[in-house]
Design a protein. Structure first.
Length: 277
């Protein structure tokens, strides 16, 4: 029994993304990516609208190895980076340019993850600059937004994520003649749910994702709002993913710890085959 998702009516291909964070060296990354591809291949996974696009975000030191594996074995699994610099080149020790990521054929890059915002003091201005840097180099930014438990209590469920989205997209416009040329992904991750084992309810996720889509419509127009995929992240696992993807404005998931287990992550990606809530 297949799960009815937003893809059924909108044409948005579901996206299941795995953020490996600071885990797995390049040899472990190769083994994990290869096992993921094997498990999905054995299950005849559809990487299109009937299934889900699958993306992994390895540490920077793993990207070349993953690129070589994906290209050499012609894998359908895609990959991206966990961050990028606002600068193209220069005296910025430790920074990674979007130009470097593009040369490694990264399709996606995470921007504004809560761990970058809190541990590295990245504010909305920096996040917005990184979104523009990604777009400049032809990389799709996966813009992460979300509220803390304190934000939730003070401002309600959607105020902070919507404000973060608005700030990050300031100055970005869609080409009226070719709106499809602007591609972004938005990932709603309530900070209180990340790594806690306590996920938001599907109804909570839908409420915020719908508000984010409404803001996209206000900022960038109907075409961009309808085509942009909005993901939920925060304690996602194979036992709860199907219930989130039944919601009309939830188009996928940004998965943390569960993505380090290739078998579990493949099961999450195959949510279309799940039965139950």
């Amino acid at each position: 029994m297949a799960v009815t998702t937003s893809a059924s009516t909108t044409g948005r291909i579901p996206l299941i993304a795995g953020n490996w964070k600071m885990n797995l060296d390049h040899l472990q990354a190769l083994a994990t990516a290869q096992k993921l591809a094997w498990v999905l291949g054995d299950a005849n996974h559809d990487f299109g609208a009937a299934g889900a696009e699958v993306v992994v975000f390895p540490p920077f030191t793993d990207l070349r190895s993953v690129q070589t594996l994906v290209a050499g074995d012609r894998l359908d699994v895609r990959y991206g980076a966990q961050d990028l610099s606002v600068h193209d080149s220069g005296a910025y020790t430790g920074e990674i340019s979007g130009a470097f990521l593009k040369a490694l054929e990264c399709r996606y890059v995470l921007v504004g993850h809560s761990e970058r915002r809190t541990l590295h003091a990245e504010n909305d201005e920096v996040v917005g600059a990184k979104v523009r840097a990604a777009l400049k180099h032809g990389i799709v930014p996966v813009l992460c937004v979300g509220e803390t438990a304190e934000d939730l209590e003070t401002h309600g469920p959607s105020a902070v994520p919507v404000a973060q989205l608005r700030a990050a997209l300031e100055g970005i416009t869609a080409d009226a003649k070719n709106p499809g040329s602007l591609e972004i992904v938005v990932a709603y991750e309530p900070v209180w749910a990340i790594g806690s084992g306590q996920a938001a309810t599907p109804e909570q996720a839908q409420q915020v994702c719908a508000a984010l889509r409404a803001e996209l419509r206000e900022l960038l127009g109907d075409d961009i709002a309808e085509s942009t995929r909005i993901l939920y992240g925060g304690s996602v696992k194979s036992s709860n993913i199907a219930s989130f993807l039944r919601e009309s404005d939830v188009d996928g998931a940004l998965v943390g710890g569960a993505s380090l287990d290739a078998t579990e992550f493949a099961a999450i990606a195959r949510f279309q085959k799940h039965v139950g809530v």
